[in-house]
Write a new protein. Structure first.
Lengths: 161, 397
Protein backbone atom coordinates (compact mmCIF):
# COMPACT_ATOMS: atom_id res chain seq x y z
CA UNK A 1 0.00 0.00 0.00
CA UNK A 2 1.23 3.43 -0.83
CA UNK A 3 1.18 6.29 1.61
CA UNK A 4 -1.90 8.39 1.43
CA UNK A 5 -1.20 11.93 0.46
CA UNK A 6 -4.22 13.18 2.23
CA UNK A 7 -5.96 11.83 5.28
CA UNK A 8 -9.48 13.16 5.67
CA UNK A 9 -10.05 14.61 9.06
CA UNK A 10 -13.07 16.03 10.68
CA UNK A 11 -13.28 19.74 10.98
CA UNK A 12 -15.70 22.20 12.36
CA UNK A 13 -18.39 23.86 10.35
CA UNK A 14 -17.70 26.16 7.47
CA UNK A 15 -19.16 29.26 8.96
CA UNK A 16 -21.94 31.11 7.23
CA UNK A 17 -20.63 31.35 3.67
CA UNK A 18 -22.74 28.95 1.65
CA UNK A 19 -21.32 30.34 -1.59
CA UNK A 20 -18.16 28.44 -0.65
CA UNK A 21 -19.90 25.13 -0.85
CA UNK A 22 -23.49 25.39 -2.05
CA UNK A 23 -23.11 25.32 -5.83
CA UNK A 24 -23.04 21.57 -6.18
CA UNK A 25 -23.14 18.72 -3.75
CA UNK A 26 -19.42 18.22 -4.21
CA UNK A 27 -17.10 19.66 -1.61
CA UNK A 28 -13.66 18.92 -0.24
CA UNK A 29 -13.97 15.81 1.89
CA UNK A 30 -13.65 15.67 5.65
CA UNK A 31 -16.14 18.27 6.79
CA UNK A 32 -19.01 17.67 9.12
CA UNK A 33 -20.89 20.88 9.45
CA UNK A 34 -23.48 20.32 12.13
CA UNK A 35 -24.51 18.03 14.93
CA UNK A 36 -27.01 15.65 13.45
CA UNK A 37 -28.70 13.33 15.88
CA UNK A 38 -31.99 15.01 16.68
CA UNK A 39 -34.10 12.05 15.67
CA UNK A 40 -32.47 9.57 18.06
CA UNK A 41 -34.96 8.21 20.56
CA UNK A 42 -32.78 5.41 21.95
CA UNK A 43 -29.18 5.94 23.00
CA UNK A 44 -26.67 3.09 22.82
CA UNK A 45 -24.57 2.71 25.97
CA UNK A 46 -21.48 0.51 25.92
CA UNK A 47 -20.57 -1.17 29.18
CA UNK A 48 -16.78 -0.87 29.11
CA UNK A 49 -16.30 -3.50 31.81
CA UNK A 50 -17.91 -6.28 29.79
CA UNK A 51 -16.74 -5.12 26.36
CA UNK A 52 -14.21 -7.51 24.80
CA UNK A 53 -13.10 -5.02 22.10
CA UNK A 54 -14.22 -7.43 19.40
CA UNK A 55 -15.04 -4.43 17.14
CA UNK A 56 -18.28 -5.88 15.83
CA UNK A 57 -20.17 -2.73 16.70
CA UNK A 58 -17.38 -0.60 15.27
CA UNK A 59 -17.60 -2.38 11.93
CA UNK A 60 -21.37 -2.56 11.71
CA UNK A 61 -22.37 0.95 12.77
CA UNK A 62 -23.89 2.32 9.56
CA UNK A 63 -22.89 5.87 10.45
CA UNK A 64 -19.33 5.17 11.55
CA UNK A 65 -19.96 6.91 14.83
CA UNK A 66 -18.21 4.37 17.06
CA UNK A 67 -14.57 5.21 17.56
CA UNK A 68 -11.55 3.78 19.30
CA UNK A 69 -10.22 5.28 22.50
CA UNK A 70 -6.49 4.72 22.86
CA UNK A 71 -4.00 4.96 25.63
CA UNK A 72 -0.78 6.93 25.49
CA UNK A 73 0.90 4.19 23.49
CA UNK A 74 -1.76 4.13 20.83
CA UNK A 75 -3.44 0.95 21.98
CA UNK A 76 -7.19 0.77 21.72
CA UNK A 77 -8.46 0.36 25.24
CA UNK A 78 -12.15 1.10 24.79
CA UNK A 79 -14.83 2.01 22.29
CA UNK A 80 -16.86 5.17 22.51
CA UNK A 81 -19.81 6.55 20.60
CA UNK A 82 -20.07 9.99 19.09
CA UNK A 83 -23.55 11.02 20.14
CA UNK A 84 -23.47 14.04 17.85
CA UNK A 85 -23.96 11.69 14.92
CA UNK A 86 -25.29 8.40 16.33
CA UNK A 87 -28.84 7.96 15.00
CA UNK A 88 -29.89 5.42 17.58
CA UNK A 89 -30.60 2.63 15.12
CA UNK A 90 -29.50 -0.10 17.53
CA UNK A 91 -27.47 -2.10 15.04
CA UNK A 92 -24.49 -2.02 17.42
CA UNK A 93 -26.58 -3.49 20.24
CA UNK A 94 -27.88 -6.23 17.93
CA UNK A 95 -24.44 -7.29 16.73
CA UNK A 96 -22.66 -7.14 20.09
CA UNK A 97 -21.90 -10.80 20.94
CA UNK A 98 -21.54 -10.26 24.70
CA UNK A 99 -24.04 -8.43 24.66
CA UNK A 100 -22.99 -5.28 26.47
CA UNK A 101 -24.62 -2.41 24.61
CA UNK A 102 -27.87 -1.12 26.10
CA UNK A 103 -30.39 1.00 24.26
CA UNK A 104 -31.59 3.61 26.72
CA UNK A 105 -34.62 5.85 26.30
CA UNK A 106 -33.50 9.38 25.42
CA UNK A 107 -36.42 10.92 27.27
CA UNK A 108 -34.33 10.63 30.35
CA UNK A 109 -35.90 8.02 32.61
CA UNK A 110 -32.89 5.77 32.08
CA UNK A 111 -35.05 2.81 31.26
CA UNK A 112 -33.33 0.11 29.21
CA UNK A 113 -35.41 -0.23 26.09
CA UNK A 114 -33.59 -3.07 24.40
CA UNK A 115 -33.18 -6.46 25.99
CA UNK A 116 -29.64 -6.35 27.29
CA UNK A 117 -28.66 -7.98 30.53
CA UNK A 118 -26.04 -6.91 32.95
CA UNK A 119 -25.69 -3.34 31.83
CA UNK A 120 -25.85 -0.47 34.22
CA UNK A 121 -28.94 1.62 33.65
CA UNK A 122 -27.78 4.85 35.13
CA UNK A 123 -29.91 7.79 34.37
CA UNK A 124 -28.79 9.32 31.10
CA UNK A 125 -28.49 13.08 31.01
CA UNK A 126 -30.71 14.78 28.57
CA UNK A 127 -28.80 16.08 25.59
CA UNK A 128 -31.66 17.00 23.40
CA UNK A 129 -30.72 20.65 23.24
CA UNK A 130 -27.40 20.06 21.57
CA UNK A 131 -28.87 17.32 19.42
CA UNK A 132 -31.41 19.57 17.78
CA UNK A 133 -31.02 18.72 14.17
CA UNK A 134 -30.77 21.95 12.32
CA UNK A 135 -29.24 25.33 12.96
CA UNK A 136 -27.37 23.99 15.93
CA UNK A 137 -24.39 26.08 16.93
CA UNK A 138 -21.21 24.74 15.40
CA UNK A 139 -18.98 23.41 18.05
CA UNK A 140 -15.78 21.49 18.47
CA UNK A 141 -15.98 17.77 17.86
CA UNK A 142 -14.40 15.28 20.23
CA UNK A 143 -10.96 14.16 19.29
CA UNK A 144 -10.91 11.57 16.54
CA UNK A 145 -8.36 8.84 16.24
CA UNK A 146 -6.85 7.19 13.19
CA UNK A 147 -8.87 4.12 12.34
CA UNK A 148 -6.24 1.79 11.01
CA UNK A 149 -5.16 -0.61 13.70
CA UNK A 150 -6.75 -3.44 15.54
CA UNK A 151 -6.92 -3.33 19.31
CA UNK A 152 -4.23 -4.66 21.66
CA UNK A 153 -1.41 -4.32 19.17
CA UNK A 154 1.31 -2.18 20.55
CA UNK A 155 3.55 -2.19 17.52
CA UNK A 156 1.43 -0.12 15.22
CA UNK A 157 3.59 2.65 13.96
CA UNK A 158 2.69 5.69 12.01
CA UNK A 159 -1.06 5.25 11.91
CA UNK A 160 -2.65 4.79 8.51
CA UNK A 161 -0.52 2.89 6.04
CA UNK B 1 -19.96 13.40 -44.80
CA UNK B 2 -23.54 13.29 -46.03
CA UNK B 3 -25.60 10.29 -44.92
CA UNK B 4 -29.22 9.18 -45.15
CA UNK B 5 -30.17 8.59 -41.52
CA UNK B 6 -33.15 8.22 -39.21
CA UNK B 7 -33.32 10.63 -36.29
CA UNK B 8 -32.06 7.97 -33.91
CA UNK B 9 -29.20 7.01 -36.21
CA UNK B 10 -28.28 10.65 -36.66
CA UNK B 11 -28.32 11.19 -32.94
CA UNK B 12 -26.11 8.15 -32.42
CA UNK B 13 -23.62 9.65 -34.93
CA UNK B 14 -23.60 12.83 -32.89
CA UNK B 15 -23.02 10.91 -29.67
CA UNK B 16 -20.17 8.96 -31.25
CA UNK B 17 -18.51 12.23 -32.24
CA UNK B 18 -18.91 13.50 -28.65
CA UNK B 19 -16.85 10.51 -27.43
CA UNK B 20 -18.74 9.66 -24.23
CA UNK B 21 -16.78 7.37 -21.91
CA UNK B 22 -19.85 5.72 -20.43
CA UNK B 23 -23.24 4.95 -21.97
CA UNK B 24 -25.89 3.57 -19.67
CA UNK B 25 -29.30 2.89 -21.16
CA UNK B 26 -32.34 0.68 -21.21
CA UNK B 27 -34.28 0.23 -24.44
CA UNK B 28 -37.79 1.60 -24.98
CA UNK B 29 -39.72 2.38 -28.14
CA UNK B 30 -39.10 4.73 -29.96
CA UNK B 31 -35.67 5.30 -28.41
CA UNK B 32 -34.45 1.72 -28.96
CA UNK B 33 -32.64 2.18 -32.23
CA UNK B 34 -30.45 4.97 -30.87
CA UNK B 35 -29.03 2.75 -28.14
CA UNK B 36 -28.84 -0.19 -30.57
CA UNK B 37 -26.80 1.93 -32.96
CA UNK B 38 -24.50 3.02 -30.13
CA UNK B 39 -24.13 -0.57 -28.90
CA UNK B 40 -23.03 -1.59 -32.41
CA UNK B 41 -20.50 1.23 -32.51
CA UNK B 42 -19.03 0.11 -29.18
CA UNK B 43 -19.07 -3.52 -30.35
CA UNK B 44 -17.31 -2.80 -33.64
CA UNK B 45 -14.81 -0.55 -31.87
CA UNK B 46 -15.67 2.74 -33.57
CA UNK B 47 -16.63 4.20 -30.18
CA UNK B 48 -14.30 3.56 -27.23
CA UNK B 49 -16.79 3.55 -24.41
CA UNK B 50 -18.03 1.53 -21.47
CA UNK B 51 -21.56 0.42 -22.42
CA UNK B 52 -23.64 -0.52 -19.38
CA UNK B 53 -26.59 -2.84 -19.86
CA UNK B 54 -28.76 -1.87 -16.92
CA UNK B 55 -32.00 -3.33 -15.62
CA UNK B 56 -34.22 -0.25 -15.87
CA UNK B 57 -34.32 3.43 -16.72
CA UNK B 58 -34.02 4.27 -13.05
CA UNK B 59 -30.80 2.28 -12.98
CA UNK B 60 -29.69 3.80 -16.28
CA UNK B 61 -29.67 7.32 -14.91
CA UNK B 62 -28.36 6.23 -11.51
CA UNK B 63 -25.41 4.54 -13.23
CA UNK B 64 -24.90 7.55 -15.47
CA UNK B 65 -24.62 9.72 -12.37
CA UNK B 66 -22.12 7.36 -10.82
CA UNK B 67 -20.07 7.48 -13.99
CA UNK B 68 -20.33 11.25 -14.19
CA UNK B 69 -19.17 11.43 -10.56
CA UNK B 70 -15.90 9.83 -11.65
CA UNK B 71 -15.42 12.58 -14.21
CA UNK B 72 -16.58 10.58 -17.23
CA UNK B 73 -18.58 12.03 -20.10
CA UNK B 74 -21.84 10.14 -19.93
CA UNK B 75 -24.79 9.48 -22.19
CA UNK B 76 -28.20 7.94 -21.68
CA UNK B 77 -31.44 7.86 -23.64
CA UNK B 78 -35.05 7.07 -22.91
CA UNK B 79 -38.67 7.87 -23.71
CA UNK B 80 -42.12 8.23 -22.20
CA UNK B 81 -42.73 5.85 -19.27
CA UNK B 82 -39.01 5.23 -19.13
CA UNK B 83 -38.42 8.93 -18.56
CA UNK B 84 -41.08 8.93 -15.86
CA UNK B 85 -39.46 5.92 -14.26
CA UNK B 86 -36.21 7.91 -14.24
CA UNK B 87 -37.92 10.89 -12.66
CA UNK B 88 -36.54 10.34 -9.19
CA UNK B 89 -33.01 10.34 -10.53
CA UNK B 90 -33.61 13.42 -12.69
CA UNK B 91 -33.45 15.76 -9.70
CA UNK B 92 -30.46 13.89 -8.31
CA UNK B 93 -28.59 14.37 -11.56
CA UNK B 94 -29.44 18.04 -11.87
CA UNK B 95 -28.98 18.85 -8.16
CA UNK B 96 -25.67 16.99 -8.23
CA UNK B 97 -24.76 19.14 -11.23
CA UNK B 98 -23.77 16.17 -13.35
CA UNK B 99 -23.59 17.25 -17.02
CA UNK B 100 -25.16 14.10 -18.41
CA UNK B 101 -26.68 14.30 -21.86
CA UNK B 102 -29.87 12.34 -22.42
CA UNK B 103 -31.82 11.88 -25.62
CA UNK B 104 -35.53 11.63 -24.97
CA UNK B 105 -37.61 10.26 -27.82
CA UNK B 106 -40.83 12.18 -27.20
CA UNK B 107 -43.70 9.77 -26.80
CA UNK B 108 -47.23 9.69 -25.36
CA UNK B 109 -47.86 8.67 -21.75
CA UNK B 110 -50.07 5.82 -20.57
CA UNK B 111 -52.96 5.24 -20.09
CA UNK B 112 -54.39 4.59 -22.67
CA UNK B 113 -51.27 2.76 -23.80
CA UNK B 114 -49.62 4.31 -26.80
CA UNK B 115 -46.13 4.14 -28.22
CA UNK B 116 -46.38 7.05 -30.66
CA UNK B 117 -45.10 10.55 -30.46
CA UNK B 118 -46.28 13.51 -28.44
CA UNK B 119 -44.49 15.69 -25.93
CA UNK B 120 -46.31 15.01 -22.70
CA UNK B 121 -43.37 13.03 -21.31
CA UNK B 122 -40.71 15.73 -21.25
CA UNK B 123 -43.15 18.61 -20.76
CA UNK B 124 -44.44 17.02 -17.56
CA UNK B 125 -40.87 17.12 -16.19
CA UNK B 126 -39.90 20.72 -16.93
CA UNK B 127 -39.21 21.44 -13.29
CA UNK B 128 -36.71 18.67 -12.64
CA UNK B 129 -33.77 20.98 -13.14
CA UNK B 130 -32.62 19.77 -16.58
CA UNK B 131 -31.98 21.93 -19.57
CA UNK B 132 -34.56 20.96 -22.17
CA UNK B 133 -34.09 21.46 -25.89
CA UNK B 134 -36.30 20.29 -28.77
CA UNK B 135 -34.96 19.28 -32.18
CA UNK B 136 -36.90 20.07 -35.35
CA UNK B 137 -35.16 17.68 -37.72
CA UNK B 138 -32.51 14.98 -37.83
CA UNK B 139 -29.69 17.37 -38.63
CA UNK B 140 -30.50 19.45 -35.59
CA UNK B 141 -30.80 16.28 -33.50
CA UNK B 142 -27.29 15.22 -34.49
CA UNK B 143 -25.84 18.65 -33.91
CA UNK B 144 -27.59 18.96 -30.56
CA UNK B 145 -25.95 15.75 -29.38
CA UNK B 146 -22.64 17.56 -29.67
CA UNK B 147 -23.74 21.01 -28.58
CA UNK B 148 -25.58 19.63 -25.55
CA UNK B 149 -22.30 18.41 -24.05
CA UNK B 150 -20.65 21.77 -24.63
CA UNK B 151 -23.51 23.54 -22.84
CA UNK B 152 -23.87 20.98 -20.05
CA UNK B 153 -20.16 20.84 -19.26
CA UNK B 154 -19.57 24.59 -19.31
CA UNK B 155 -18.57 25.54 -15.77
CA UNK B 156 -21.08 28.36 -15.66
CA UNK B 157 -23.87 25.85 -16.28
CA UNK B 158 -22.88 22.37 -15.01
CA UNK B 159 -26.30 20.89 -15.59
CA UNK B 160 -27.64 17.87 -17.44
CA UNK B 161 -29.31 18.37 -20.80
CA UNK B 162 -32.32 16.53 -22.15
CA UNK B 163 -32.40 16.63 -25.94
CA UNK B 164 -35.93 15.94 -27.11
CA UNK B 165 -36.48 14.30 -30.47
CA UNK B 166 -40.04 13.69 -31.66
CA UNK B 167 -40.86 9.99 -31.48
CA UNK B 168 -41.27 8.41 -34.94
CA UNK B 169 -41.75 11.79 -36.69
CA UNK B 170 -37.98 12.18 -36.27
CA UNK B 171 -36.59 9.09 -34.56
CA UNK B 172 -37.79 6.73 -37.30
CA UNK B 173 -37.93 9.07 -40.28
CA UNK B 174 -35.00 9.21 -42.71
CA UNK B 175 -33.43 12.44 -43.88
CA UNK B 176 -30.25 13.47 -45.54
CA UNK B 177 -27.89 14.57 -42.78
CA UNK B 178 -24.41 16.09 -42.77
CA UNK B 179 -22.20 14.25 -40.28
CA UNK B 180 -19.28 16.42 -39.09
CA UNK B 181 -15.74 15.08 -39.45
CA UNK B 182 -14.30 13.68 -36.23
CA UNK B 183 -11.55 16.29 -36.37
CA UNK B 184 -14.05 19.14 -36.49
CA UNK B 185 -16.09 17.60 -33.68
CA UNK B 186 -12.96 17.19 -31.56
CA UNK B 187 -12.00 20.80 -32.18
CA UNK B 188 -15.49 21.84 -31.11
CA UNK B 189 -15.78 19.62 -28.03
CA UNK B 190 -12.68 19.12 -25.87
CA UNK B 191 -12.56 16.24 -23.38
CA UNK B 192 -14.61 16.70 -20.21
CA UNK B 193 -12.68 17.96 -17.19
CA UNK B 194 -14.34 18.75 -13.88
CA UNK B 195 -13.72 19.19 -10.18
CA UNK B 196 -17.17 17.69 -9.52
CA UNK B 197 -15.86 14.14 -9.22
CA UNK B 198 -14.32 11.60 -6.93
CA UNK B 199 -10.59 12.01 -6.75
CA UNK B 200 -8.12 10.04 -4.64
CA UNK B 201 -5.71 12.96 -4.62
CA UNK B 202 -8.33 15.43 -3.54
CA UNK B 203 -11.01 13.63 -1.53
CA UNK B 204 -14.49 15.10 -1.80
CA UNK B 205 -17.93 14.47 -0.40
CA UNK B 206 -20.49 14.11 -3.17
CA UNK B 207 -24.25 14.08 -3.02
CA UNK B 208 -24.58 15.18 0.58
CA UNK B 209 -27.61 16.58 2.36
CA UNK B 210 -28.35 20.22 3.06
CA UNK B 211 -30.68 21.18 5.88
CA UNK B 212 -33.00 24.15 6.15
CA UNK B 213 -30.14 26.60 6.79
CA UNK B 214 -28.52 26.19 3.41
CA UNK B 215 -30.93 24.32 1.15
CA UNK B 216 -32.29 27.44 -0.51
CA UNK B 217 -28.80 28.46 -1.59
CA UNK B 218 -28.44 25.30 -3.66
CA UNK B 219 -31.73 25.96 -5.43
CA UNK B 220 -30.77 29.61 -5.94
CA UNK B 221 -27.54 28.67 -7.71
CA UNK B 222 -29.22 25.95 -9.71
CA UNK B 223 -31.71 28.52 -11.01
CA UNK B 224 -29.01 31.14 -11.61
CA UNK B 225 -26.83 28.69 -13.56
CA UNK B 226 -29.79 27.50 -15.62
CA UNK B 227 -30.46 31.11 -16.58
CA UNK B 228 -26.76 31.48 -17.45
CA UNK B 229 -27.22 28.72 -20.00
CA UNK B 230 -28.76 31.25 -22.38
CA UNK B 231 -25.43 33.01 -22.89
CA UNK B 232 -23.58 29.71 -22.98
CA UNK B 233 -25.93 28.32 -25.65
CA UNK B 234 -25.21 31.34 -27.84
CA UNK B 235 -21.45 31.01 -27.37
CA UNK B 236 -21.54 27.28 -28.01
CA UNK B 237 -23.57 27.78 -31.19
CA UNK B 238 -21.08 30.38 -32.43
CA UNK B 239 -18.22 27.93 -31.80
CA UNK B 240 -20.19 25.16 -33.51
CA UNK B 241 -20.68 27.35 -36.55
CA UNK B 242 -16.95 28.09 -36.65
CA UNK B 243 -15.88 24.44 -36.34
CA UNK B 244 -18.71 22.41 -37.86
CA UNK B 245 -20.23 24.98 -40.20
CA UNK B 246 -23.87 25.16 -39.15
CA UNK B 247 -25.31 28.15 -37.35
CA UNK B 248 -28.19 27.82 -34.88
CA UNK B 249 -30.29 30.76 -33.69
CA UNK B 250 -30.22 30.49 -29.88
CA UNK B 251 -33.13 29.65 -27.59
CA UNK B 252 -35.79 30.34 -30.25
CA UNK B 253 -35.98 30.16 -34.02
CA UNK B 254 -38.12 33.00 -35.35
CA UNK B 255 -39.50 32.73 -38.88
CA UNK B 256 -41.00 35.80 -40.52
CA UNK B 257 -41.99 37.19 -37.13
CA UNK B 258 -40.56 40.74 -37.44
CA UNK B 259 -43.63 42.29 -39.04
CA UNK B 260 -46.10 39.49 -38.31
CA UNK B 261 -49.70 40.06 -37.21
CA UNK B 262 -50.31 36.40 -36.45
CA UNK B 263 -47.65 34.23 -34.87
CA UNK B 264 -47.91 30.55 -34.16
CA UNK B 265 -45.53 29.37 -31.43
CA UNK B 266 -44.61 25.71 -31.50
CA UNK B 267 -41.71 23.33 -30.89
CA UNK B 268 -40.15 20.23 -32.37
CA UNK B 269 -40.94 18.72 -35.75
CA UNK B 270 -44.34 20.45 -36.11
CA UNK B 271 -42.54 23.71 -36.91
CA UNK B 272 -41.86 22.69 -40.51
CA UNK B 273 -45.46 22.42 -41.58
CA UNK B 274 -46.31 25.55 -39.59
CA UNK B 275 -43.74 27.50 -41.62
CA UNK B 276 -45.14 26.07 -44.87
CA UNK B 277 -48.60 27.32 -43.97
CA UNK B 278 -47.20 30.69 -42.90
CA UNK B 279 -45.58 31.03 -46.32
CA UNK B 280 -48.88 30.13 -47.97
CA UNK B 281 -50.66 32.82 -45.93
CA UNK B 282 -47.95 35.38 -46.66
CA UNK B 283 -48.44 34.70 -50.37
CA UNK B 284 -52.14 35.44 -49.89
CA UNK B 285 -51.38 38.68 -48.07
CA UNK B 286 -51.66 37.64 -44.41
CA UNK B 287 -48.65 38.52 -42.30
CA UNK B 288 -48.08 35.21 -40.57
CA UNK B 289 -44.99 34.02 -38.71
CA UNK B 290 -43.79 31.00 -36.74
CA UNK B 291 -41.79 31.12 -33.54
CA UNK B 292 -40.16 27.79 -32.83
CA UNK B 293 -39.10 27.33 -29.23
CA UNK B 294 -35.84 25.39 -29.18
CA UNK B 295 -35.00 25.63 -25.49
CA UNK B 296 -37.84 25.40 -23.01
CA UNK B 297 -35.43 25.32 -20.05
CA UNK B 298 -34.10 27.88 -19.66
CA UNK B 299 -37.30 29.60 -20.78
CA UNK B 300 -36.64 32.01 -23.66
CA UNK B 301 -38.70 34.66 -21.89
CA UNK B 302 -37.06 37.76 -23.31
CA UNK B 303 -37.13 36.37 -26.85
CA UNK B 304 -40.81 35.41 -26.56
CA UNK B 305 -41.86 38.78 -25.19
CA UNK B 306 -39.87 40.67 -27.82
CA UNK B 307 -41.16 38.59 -30.72
CA UNK B 308 -44.77 38.72 -29.59
CA UNK B 309 -44.98 42.31 -28.32
CA UNK B 310 -46.28 43.68 -31.63
CA UNK B 311 -48.52 40.88 -32.89
CA UNK B 312 -52.30 41.06 -33.16
CA UNK B 313 -52.84 37.46 -32.03
CA UNK B 314 -50.63 34.60 -30.91
CA UNK B 315 -51.32 30.88 -30.99
CA UNK B 316 -49.43 28.14 -29.19
CA UNK B 317 -49.53 24.76 -30.91
CA UNK B 318 -48.32 21.91 -28.73
CA UNK B 319 -48.54 18.15 -28.28
CA UNK B 320 -49.37 18.43 -24.61
CA UNK B 321 -52.17 19.14 -22.18
CA UNK B 322 -51.81 20.06 -18.54
CA UNK B 323 -55.03 18.49 -17.23
CA UNK B 324 -57.15 21.04 -15.44
CA UNK B 325 -54.55 23.71 -16.04
CA UNK B 326 -54.34 26.66 -18.36
CA UNK B 327 -53.96 24.60 -21.52
CA UNK B 328 -50.63 22.95 -22.18
CA UNK B 329 -47.34 23.59 -20.44
CA UNK B 330 -45.98 25.55 -23.39
CA UNK B 331 -49.02 27.85 -23.48
CA UNK B 332 -48.65 28.65 -19.77
CA UNK B 333 -44.94 29.25 -20.24
CA UNK B 334 -45.46 31.63 -23.16
CA UNK B 335 -48.19 33.59 -21.37
CA UNK B 336 -46.20 33.95 -18.16
CA UNK B 337 -43.03 34.88 -20.04
CA UNK B 338 -44.93 37.65 -21.81
CA UNK B 339 -46.84 38.83 -18.75
CA UNK B 340 -43.65 39.09 -16.67
CA UNK B 341 -42.29 41.47 -19.28
CA UNK B 342 -45.44 43.53 -19.63
CA UNK B 343 -46.60 41.99 -22.91
CA UNK B 344 -50.25 40.92 -23.13
CA UNK B 345 -51.48 39.80 -26.54
CA UNK B 346 -54.71 37.89 -27.30
CA UNK B 347 -53.75 34.22 -27.34
CA UNK B 348 -55.13 30.80 -28.19
CA UNK B 349 -53.82 27.37 -27.31
CA UNK B 350 -54.05 24.60 -29.89
CA UNK B 351 -53.63 21.06 -28.62
CA UNK B 352 -52.81 18.54 -31.32
CA UNK B 353 -50.68 15.59 -32.27
CA UNK B 354 -51.50 13.63 -29.13
CA UNK B 355 -50.66 9.93 -29.15
CA UNK B 356 -48.95 10.21 -32.53
CA UNK B 357 -51.76 11.96 -34.42
CA UNK B 358 -50.51 13.94 -37.38
CA UNK B 359 -50.60 17.69 -37.18
CA UNK B 360 -51.90 18.32 -40.67
CA UNK B 361 -51.59 21.29 -42.98
CA UNK B 362 -55.35 21.79 -42.64
CA UNK B 363 -55.11 21.88 -38.87
CA UNK B 364 -52.43 24.55 -39.02
CA UNK B 365 -54.65 26.51 -41.42
CA UNK B 366 -57.45 26.22 -38.84
CA UNK B 367 -55.10 27.60 -36.20
CA UNK B 368 -54.17 30.63 -38.29
CA UNK B 369 -57.81 31.19 -39.31
CA UNK B 370 -58.77 31.20 -35.64
CA UNK B 371 -56.00 33.69 -34.90
CA UNK B 372 -57.17 35.89 -37.74
CA UNK B 373 -60.70 35.98 -36.28
CA UNK B 374 -59.28 36.74 -32.84
CA UNK B 375 -57.18 39.57 -34.29
CA UNK B 376 -60.37 40.96 -35.86
CA UNK B 377 -62.05 41.00 -32.46
CA UNK B 378 -64.12 37.86 -32.96
CA UNK B 379 -64.09 35.04 -30.48
CA UNK B 380 -62.73 34.92 -26.99
CA UNK B 381 -59.02 35.04 -26.20
CA UNK B 382 -57.47 32.41 -23.97
CA UNK B 383 -59.38 29.45 -25.39
CA UNK B 384 -57.79 26.01 -25.32
CA UNK B 385 -58.75 24.21 -28.52
CA UNK B 386 -58.26 20.51 -29.13
CA UNK B 387 -57.62 20.30 -32.87
CA UNK B 388 -60.10 18.04 -34.64
CA UNK B 389 -62.15 17.60 -31.47
CA UNK B 390 -63.67 20.86 -30.37
CA UNK B 391 -62.56 23.45 -32.92
CA UNK B 392 -66.24 23.75 -33.95
CA UNK B 393 -67.41 24.65 -30.47
CA UNK B 394 -64.50 27.00 -30.06
CA UNK B 395 -62.51 25.26 -27.38
CA UNK B 396 -62.59 24.85 -23.63
CA UNK B 397 -62.65 27.93 -21.41
S1 LIG C 1 -27.14 3.07 17.53
FE1 LIG C 1 -26.68 2.83 15.34
S2 LIG C 1 -25.74 4.78 14.80
FE2 LIG C 1 -25.65 4.66 17.03
S3 LIG C 1 -23.66 3.75 17.47
FE3 LIG C 1 -25.14 2.08 17.40
S4 LIG C 1 -25.04 1.34 15.29
FE4 LIG C 1 -24.08 3.37 15.32
S1 LIG D 1 -19.64 -5.47 19.87
FE1 LIG D 1 -19.84 -5.41 22.09
S2 LIG D 1 -18.05 -6.51 22.81
FE2 LIG D 1 -17.66 -6.04 20.68
S3 LIG D 1 -16.54 -4.13 20.77
FE3 LIG D 1 -18.67 -3.59 20.51
S4 LIG D 1 -19.41 -3.28 22.62
FE4 LIG D 1 -17.48 -4.39 22.74
Amino acid sequence: MTDRKFTPHLREGLGARPEEFARSTCFEGGYLTSVNAGWRSLRPLIDPVQCTLCLNCYMYCPDGTIFKVRDGEGVCTALAIDYDFCKGCGVCAKVCPVPCIAMVDERGDGEVAAGISGVSTERVLQRREQDLMSCSPKRGLPERIEMSETPARKDAEGGAA
Amino acid sequence: MRKFLSGNEAFAEGVRLARPQVISAYPITPQTTVVEALASMVEEGSLACEYLHVESEHAALAAAMGASATGARTFTATSSQGLLYMAECLTYASGGRFPIVMMNANRALALPWNIYGDQRDSLSLLDHGWIQVYAENNQEALDLALMAYAVAEDERVSLPVMVNVDGFALTHTYESVEVPEAQAADAFLPPYATANRFDFERPVSIGYSAGPEFNGHYQYWHHRDMLAAETVVEEVEARFAATCGRRYPGLVDAYRCEDADLVLVTLGSAAGIARDVADELRAAGTRAGVLRIRYLRPVPGRQLAEALAGVAAVGVLEKDISFGGDGGAVFSTVLVACARRGVARPALNFIGGLGGADISRDQVRVCFADLERLAAGQGEAGRVVFLGIDDEEGGLR
